[in-house]
Design a protein around this ligand. Structure first.
Ligand code: AMP
Length: 544
């Protein structure tokens, strides 16, 4: 027997309508490039998002047409997040940190017709102007300086829509947004998010055991709006009616902490690098910021070192680790200690919190070796595979790229993980970053996290270097904190408290910085290039 419920499409339009009917006065705060603060509210957002939708229609943008954005996190970007999808268009966020060739490739591959660009990002656009096939470029002034005459100002574009424009009725499976993977291997690949995926993801992200968003919260997404839709925070916050605060281009720790204090932020989301900077600033300036009691932040994008969890606990901030991917809208797992484990000794609870966490509702996980799922014993690693309603079923317009999906419809994540009997997922490595020494696997992530727990270490990345006898051996590239000293032996002794001798890096090399990807992760491919000619025999006994 079928249930007797209405068919009601899960689209972004009812979120927009809800925001305008219920939360018009809730604030949206944006920090501008000159550091001044711009204040608006959901009422303004919805009016302007509707005007943007009407202007897109007047400009001839049809259902499914891509509207690209090249913008920082701020209120105008949010207008595009809502305005383009409710018009039936696809909001395609572009990453300004990509090189011009990649950016032009992505714009052309996506078939973007119209670009909305911050005035401060015009130099990024101008580097691709000749190679990117865009029909129209509209400039959002964020500096107060006049828009160069060859471009149309955003305010003028907003005037072009008809006042009688009515939002179209959309199907929930229509595309709403698009993002290309950061493409550490091969060409970047586009992921097309449906309205339904974004709506369901918003419900899930808001749950108490995920980002825990209520109307009374104030969220500051540090993760860029061009990185998987700021992990879905703006949509989830809009549905909840929570105050949103955007940092613009100012992502240094002091600016962020000032904004946290001033706007009474209760929720945030960002990558571990950002949190490392914040923790360092909090430690260096005790008592300088009065942060909200109950401040809770999500850390994702890369493994969260244990010392960061401990450090944030010290400052009364709860950090929760989440794991996901561009292909997953992005939420996959979030970590919290289950009530049945809350009596475990403190070190055990800390070890649990350092895992990537429990699968979110409707996200199914399995770890696989060959064709077989490995047991959930917390020890046997396998490639993590996932499926669920907000997980991509294919890439955009790349029919030959189906090898990332199994025949029975699971996405191969490329991450190697264990799953313990309680269901906690622990990512050991990207498949290509695992180190195989003498036939045994060594997790570079575990070594990195332990190294970053040493008081003198700011950052550490570990890579495999070919070795004649052992196949591969680990090399650690380490950045020391300003004013601290440590030598290779100090760090190896520190690691020896937790790791067997054969797992220790044979070489510890001190560097000025670790190369990073455009979204702030360690770029290990670059490190491997830097150490391509490394000769073990000169430096190490190879005595793993
Ligand atoms: P992206 O699509 O750029 O967001 O990258 C997704 C990849 O980032 C995942 O496949 C993981 O390798 C990595 N990643 C994301 N979150 C975490 C995490 N919490 N711990 C470890 N790796 C992570």
């Amino acid at each position: 027997m079928l249930g007797a419920m209405m068919q009601f499409p899960l689209t972004i339009t009812p979120i927009l309508e809800r925001m305008e009917k219920l939360f018009g006065a809730v604030e949206i705060v944006s920090r501008l490039p000159d550091k001044s603060i711009h204040r608006s509210n959901y009422g303004d957002l919805c009016r302007r998002a509707r005007a943007f939708a009407a202007a897109l229609a007047a400009a001839g943008m049809k259902r499914g047409d891509r509207v690209a954005t090249l913008m920082w996190n701020h209120a105008w970007h949010l207008e595009a997040y809502f305005g383009a999808p409710v018009a039936g268009c696809v909001a395609h966020t572009l990453n300004p940190r990509l090189n011009p060739d990649e950016l032009a490739y992505i714009i052309n591959h996506a078939g973007d017709r119209l670009l909305l660009v911050d005035d401060v990002m015009l130099p990024v656009y101008e580097r691709v102007r000749d190679s990117a096939m865009l029909e129209r470029v509209i400039v959002v002034p964020t500096t107060g300086r006049p828009v160069p005459p060859e471009y149309q100002p955003y305010a003028e574009f907003l005037q072009e829509g008809s006042s009688g424009y009515a939002l179209p009725q959309l199907g929930e499976d229509e595309a709403a947004a698009m993002c290309y993977t950061s493409g550490t291997t091969g060409a970047p690949k586009g992921v097309l998010y449906s309205h339904r995926a974004i709506v369901l993801h918003s419900f899930c992200l808001s749950l108490p055991d995920c980002a825990c968003l209520s109307q009374a919260d104030c969220i500051l997404p540090i993760v860029p709006m061009f990185h998987v839709n700021a992990w879905g925070c703006p949509f989830a916050a809009g549905m909840a009616g929570a105050k949103q605060v955007f940092p613009g281009p100012h992502l240094d720790a002091i600016s962020l902490l000032d904004l946290f204090e001033q706007e009474k932020v209760t929720r945030s989301a960002g990558v571990p690098t950002i949190w490392m900077g914040l923790l360092d600033a909090l430690d260096r300036h005790p008592g300088r910021w009065k942060l909200e009691a109950g401040l809770r932040v999500l850390s994702g994008g890369a493994a969260l070192p244990e010392h960061l969890i401990r450090g944030f606990d010290r400052h009364g901030i709860e950090v929760r680790q989440a794991w996901g991917m561009t292909e997953m809208t992005p939420l996959g797992t979030v970590c919290h200690v289950k009530s049945s484990l809350s009596e475990r000794p403190a070190p055990e609870r800390l070890a649990i919190r350092a895992k990537q966490g429990l699968p979110a509702p409707f996200v199914e996980v399995r770890a696989v070796v060959g064709q077989r799922e490995v047991p959930w014993d917390g020890e046997t690693p396998g490639e993590l595979q996932v499926r669920g309603p907000w997980i991509a079923a294919s890439y955009y317009n790349l029919p030959g790229e189906q090898e990332r999906w199994t025949a029975d419809g699971w996405l191969l994540t490329g991450d190697i993980a264990t799953i313990d009997p309680e269901g906690y997922v622990k990512i050991a490595d990207r498949a290509k970053d695992l180190i195989k020494s003498g036939g045994e696997w060594i997790s570079s992530v575990d070594l990195e996290n332990a190294l970053m727990g040493h008081p003198a270490v700011r950052e550490a990345a570990v890579i495999a270097i070919p070795h004649r006898k052992w196949g591969e051996r680990p090399l650690a590239a380490v950045v020391l904190k300003d004013g601290y000293e440590a030598n290779a032996e100090d760090l190896r002794s520190h690691l020896a408290q937790r790791f067997s001798r054969w797992q220790l890096p044979d070489a510890v090399v001190f560097v000025e910085e670790i190369p990073r990807t455009s979204v702030g992760k360690f770029r290990k491919s670059k490190l491997r290039e830097m150490f391509a000619g490394w000769e073990w025999d000169q430096t190490a006994d190879g005595a793993a």
